[in-house]
Design a protein around this ligand. Structure first.
Ligand SMILES: Nc1ncnc2c1ncn2[C@@H]1O[C@H](COP(=O)(O)OP(=O)(O)O)[C@@H](O)[C@H]1O
Ligand SMILES: [Mg+2]
Length: 217
């Protein structure tokens, strides 16, 4: 659970958020919608501590870990398997190789890929490797910005099932509304420098936002 209280954020004269307060409740998986430039990625950066808010506070439970899909493709290990193992956080990490293997297979790697170098793979597969890494790290909260960009249909299905069974919190940005609605419990939109969260899918959000606060759909 994350509590965001009275957040304000702007860049220069541009105001993105004004007095934003919301709670990301236990087990909620939220689809984040809003036009380009409204501040979706900035909200992620604030929650990750990569960008600081101008005002307000964010309250995390003790030892709460927020994980995100990294966009940079920098790998330190010689093999796909070892690279993914570096993301394990548990105390018995060395016994959790099966978990890593399951994740890699789900995301479209083959067993014969495990001992190959991350550098031998295309950018798309390197993004998949980053996705596998954040998933095996078992964060309390997942922040995913366009996680399906490089996935084929089989891996999409696998990720859909994985996220539906994910026990933690999640905020998801994606242009794929079908995928969003398949994996989320709530939808949150940015509108007039504020955030509105409703239970239900993005279709319901469009209707509610249009009638409740005249957001154009
Ligand atoms: N570091 C920054 N410095 C100045 N302006 C920024 C910075 N980061 C984002 N912005 C501006 O803030 C607005 C929101 O950006 P962003 O959070 O990326 O929106 P979204 O992800 O919803 O498209 C954009 O107009 C963008 O140009
Ligand atoms: Mg963005």
């Amino acid at each position: 659970m994350i509590q965001v209280v009275g957040i304000e954020k702007g860049f220069g004269t541009q105001v993105l958020f004004q007095d934003v307060t919301f709670t990301l409740g236990k087990g909620e998986r939220v689809g984040l919608v809003g036009r380009n430039g409204t501040g979706k990625s900035t909200l992620f950066k604030i929650l990750l501590g990569e960008e600081s808010q101008d005002r307000g506070e964010i309250i995390f439970p003790k030892n709460y870990h927020v994980g995100t899909l990294k966009q940079h493709l920098i790998f330190t290990q010689d093999t796909i398997l070892e690279e993914c193992m570096t993301a394990l956080r548990g105390e018995n990490a060395e016994f959790e190789q099966y978990k890593v293997e399951k994740m890699l297979l789900g995301l479209g790697f083959k067993i014969s890929d495990f001992c190959r170098s991350p550098k031998d793979f295309s950018g798309g597969y390197q993004i998949r490797l980053n996705l596998a890494k954040v998933l095996v790290s078992e964060p309390d909260c997942l922040l995913l910005d366009e996680p399906t960009n490089y996935l084929d249909i089989v891996s999409m299905r696998w990720l859909t099932k994985f996220l539906r069974e994910f026990r933690g919190e999640m905020i998801l940005i994606t242009h794929d509304r079908g995928f969003m609605d398949d994996v989320t419990t709530h939808t949150m939109g940015i509108w007039r420098q504020n955030l509105f969260k409703i239970p239900g899918n993005s279709g319901k959000y469009l209707i509610v936002s249009h009638f409740m606060w005249n957001e154009p759909s």
